[in-house]
Design a binder for this molecule. Sequence first.
Ligand code: PRX
Length: 648
Amino acid sequence: MVSDGLLFPAPEDWAGKAHIDAAGYEAAVARVQSDPEGYWRDLAARLDWIKAPTKIKDVSYAKEDFRIRWFEDGVLNVSANCIDRHLPHRKDDVALIFEGDEPGVSDKITYGQLHDQVCRMANVLKDLGARKGDRITIYLPMVPVAAVAMLACARIGAIHSVVFGGFSPDSIAGRIQDCDSRLVITADQGCRGGKKVPLKANIDEALEQCPQVEKVLLVRWTGADVPVVEGRDVVWNDVRDAASPVCEPEPMNAEDPLFILYTSGSTGKPKGVLHTTGGYLAWASWTFEAVFDYRPGEVFWCTADVGWVTGHSYVVYGPLANGGTSLIFEGVPNYPTPSRFWDVVDKHKVEIFYTAPTALRALMREGDEHVLKNDLSSLRLLGSVGEPINPEAWLWYHRVVGKDRLPIVDTWWQTETGGILVSPLPGATALKPGSATKPLPGVKLQLVDAEGAVLEGATEGNLVITDSWPGQMRTVYGDHQRFFETYFSTYPGKYFTGDGCKRDADGYYWITGRVDDVINVSGHRLGTAEIESALVAHEAVAEAAVVGYPHDIKGQGVYAYVTLKADATPSEELRKQLVLWVRHEIGPFAAPDVLQWAPGLPKTRSGKIMRRILRKIAENAVDALGDTSTLADPSVVDDLVRNRAGAK
Ligand code: PRX
């Protein structure tokens, strides 16, 4: 491996200045061990509580008394924590910087202005009938009003469910139905890479399947002429000025839900991951400060969309809970040129930059000159999230963007974890390219084998977590049983992450990727089962099996094996049609990169598809197929190998 033996010590000039240095890390690890109650109580004290919690932690992962509760008698409001409490000393400080898809479009929103907008929208939501506990679906572009909408929900105690703007009408409809939203917030269109995204048209199509939706709050963003449904749609821009800028924040119990975010699992339809108020915010807030060594006044830029958890925790809640300045970028890394990220860094003097390996790999391929023409001297810390960062991309990021001097925090976490769990602390941890390094204080990791035996020392296994942290998800919305079964039944008494992981002799963790049927395509999490069910919904398809395969830029690509019905004939045209079909059914990012016709799929005698074999064929590791003799019909494998599509 290119990074073998490479170690980048924490910069010397950070010693004594960082929020947490090496001694601070050791002290925190020791304290959470010896005095967990005190440690977690202090962590909660960073929030502004209406009533401070006296009950700190009440957790059992055991089946008979399964429960996860943090700070359960505390009372607070998330929007008050993210806005109101900063007003006395930071009213005129910038909360959000906006950079539009087109260079030249930008804006700044102070904490005072954010307060005004959030209160007005909160009042409009109330006028539209929204109450504490209601679910509100948000389908907006990456623009400041998306943060305003989330915070307005939090202000009145409504539970938001943000749906990424790349999802199709069918995917939106499924998410609206699952959590029974009566109210949807959307925009006429979004802008990405010079193209318009038809958000309102997608919502109108989705709502044909969602009769329970009573109201749509429509944000005019591009100003496109979109239909406004009489009696259902209300235009935000028309009602905003008349709405009152005063809205008292709703007192919420720490364990009241804050949001639902749908994510893909290995089986069935996407799960509504539910996060609650106190624990989630405490964890998002603390990890933001600790991992990014953040100080108010600094410009922080996380390039993730608010439609994903990274956008929730590190575009909106983490930065704002710390009184920080968060940059919201509407566009894409390579529009209008591959220098766009770096132009934005220079323009807004970004100090901390947090992005995904897939973007770095794509930009790396464009050549160093697109980075080197920029100054970038404002940067002091870089971050990575969403998928394993290959050492080549890490070293490029470090050398070309970081000028060999900036630390990189490779942060491992999941939608389910609410915030970062494994990451370097930049003033404390020596870095190894490709390793997320060590767990944060209070995070208890183990590696186990397939049977659950605990593996010690330098080893490789499945990553589990043996105890709770405040930001942990609390349930799958509407299906608590599924929550338990998915995460706590594989290894009883432990949370199973779904990731494989190595631990080296220094105790560093190296995430190797998912060990279940979840794939990570350009940092987007997808269940292979979802793509399969989209494919079989097509009239020509009898059966489909989807696996991931290594892809230079995307990390993983989507490889689909499709068995057609007897009356359908394979053709280039049908192949294209099926790829388009998946784009339309789920969203463009789920479209198969490779689609191979499969007259038969390798199945065991009991009818289970042997995905291991399909993965090996997709990876072109046809010499490593292993034992195929247990298959019902071993000859199908020969056919698949012979006709293997040229996966790149
Ligand atoms: O496989 C891990 C990978 O992304 C999965 C979680 O995806 P999602 O819920 O969409 O959240 C992504 C953003 C937090 C994990 O199970 N993953 C995330 N971060 C890393 C990672 N794999 C390796 N290194 C990381 N830093």
